[in-house]
Ligand binder design. Structure first.
Ligand code: HEC
Length: 148
């Protein structure tokens, strides 16, 4: 039996590194959790942008997506605890050095999600479009100092 298991034990790390990902091995995996939470945000945010860019605004669909995003907006933040700046994070040290600015950017984002949801509820593309752009701006504004 051990002879059979050995090759699997050898292959598994290779498979993991083939994905190009460093594993978050810390208890509770805060880095992995916040990255997953951001990916979930992106997965609901991006299709809204596609609709607007391709001029296929669908008010019902957009509203659903905005609601989904509102449900995800609080996801990442509790996973930025002290001492959680380690690989595989893409966060910069400034997250912990400038907590007030980080909190401000987060607040801007949270308000932006609420504003987008309110705009989506009006079903007016003319309101949805600037709200979407403002929210996209808030992602950029935080990523610039706080994400590599
Ligand atoms: C308040 C700051 C802040 C805001 C606002 C913000 N992000 Fe981020 N984002 C980060 C930080 C910091 C990281 C790096 C997390 C890590 O790797 O530990 C990140 C990482 C990500 C990642 C990469 C996840 C991964 O697996 O590497 C995606 C995708 C992302 N953000 C999308 C978005 C989108 C889309 C928005 C806006 C709708 C947004 N973020 C708003 C700070 C922010």
């Amino acid at each position: 039996m051990p002879k059979l298991l050995a090759p699997i034990a050898l292959i598994l790390p290779l498979l993991l590194s083939a994905c190009g990902e460093v594993k978050d091995t810390r208890p509770g995996q805060p880095v992995a959790h916040r990255q997953q939470a951001f990916k979930a945000i992106l997965r609901s945010f991006e299709p809204m942008g596609v609709q607007l860019r391709e001029k296929r605004y669908d008010p019902d669909k957009f509203l659903q997506q905005a609601q989904a995003l509102a449900g995800l907006k609080d996801g990442p933040w509790s996973h930025f605890g002290p001492d959680t700046h380690y690989p595989p994070t893409k966060a910069t040290a400034r997250v912990w050095e400038e907590p007030e600015r980080f909190a401000q950017e987060r607040e801007q984002f949270l308000q932006g999600v609420d504003a987008l949801l309110a705009a989506a509820a009006t079903r007016e593309e003319a309101r949805v479009r600037p709200a979407y752009e403002a929210l996209q701006q808030s992602c950029r504004s935080c990523h610039k100092p706080f994400k590599d």
